[in-house]
Write a protein that binds this ligand. Structure first.
Ligand SMILES: [Zn+2]
Length: 256
């Protein structure tokens, strides 16, 4: 222990701070002369550029939306990407303007989900070079999750049920598709195939898992915020834009 430890900042006493107990501030590392390249700094080895549309939940001519490859603690975590290999400050005016439209649209789509009170929108860009904006849904009523530490809580909260997660993905994708582009995520079909009386598969296999063809491997990176952005995990795409007002014409998701 240093003799005069750095005092803990006020935020460690905020109700939203997820930790308690004895803590101390880390030693600040010396700045490096030259920062390392981010993942995909060169378009030729950019994961976003090489990921096909079917890994996304919605795609359009110039934008795509993807999810994590498995549910996490928050009701919804999505990433908005442009198709072009550009970072935020590099966007031409057309994409810059569309980014505003897409941000509002996606925020509204996620906020329309049951149990979502707020959608936090973040862009860090320290990990991957290709522009990607995070959209994190804050659960209704969870006042302790308000603000800065939502990304940390995502890793702390119990993981939401996969069925609910897939339904929410499909709702958001359908909402976006109301304005153009193509929804990739579909509602889970397992309910229709399940017998009314559950009989479990023999050989110890979890029948729910077995019936879920789109089950994904469990090693997805999770949304870790100011940390280097996680490598691109596969999921979503965004489709072409229309000039329509940002209210879907048909109700695919309930709106508060
Ligand atoms: Zn790229």
């Amino acid at each position: 222990m240093p003799e005069n430890p750095t005092p803990l900042p006020d935020f460690t006493r905020w109700p939203s701070f997820p930790f308690e107990g004895d803590m101390r501030v880390k030693q600040l590392a010396a700045p490096v002369e030259v920062e390392p390249a981010r993942a995909g700094e060169d378009a030729t080895d950019c994961v976003a550029c090489s990921t096909p549309d079917d890994a996304y939940i919605w795609v359009s001519e110039r934008w795509r939306v993807r999810a994590m490859d498995r549910p996490t603690g928050l009701p919804m975590v999505l990433i908005l990407e442009c198709r072009s290999h550009l970072d935020l400050g590099d966007l031409p005016n057309l994409l810059a303007a569309e980014l505003g439209v897409m941000t509002v649209r996606l925020e509204r789509a996620i906020r329309s989900l049951d149990g979502v009170a707020r959608v936090h929108v973040n862009r860090w860009g320290d990990g991957s070079a290709h522009l990607h904006l995070w959209f994190l849904a804050r659960p209704q009523g969870r006042l302790q999750l308000r603000g800065t530490f939502l990304t940390l809580w995502d890793d702390i909260l119990p993981v939401i049920p996969e069925q609910q997660w897939r339904e929410n993905l499909a709702l958001v994708a359908a909402w976006l598709a109301e304005f153009g582009g193509k929804a990739i995520a579909e509602p889970p079909h397992i309910e229709w195939e399940s017998p009314s009386t559950i009989t479990f598969a023999s050989d110890g296999e979890n029948p729910e898992e077995a019936a879920r063809p789109e089950q994904q491997p469990p090693e997805a990176p999770r949304p870790d915020a100011p940390q280097p952005d996680r490598p691109h995990d596969q999921s979503v795409t965004i489709a072409g834009e229309s000039g329509a007002a940002d209210t879907p014409h048909s109700q695919t998701a309930t709106h508060p």
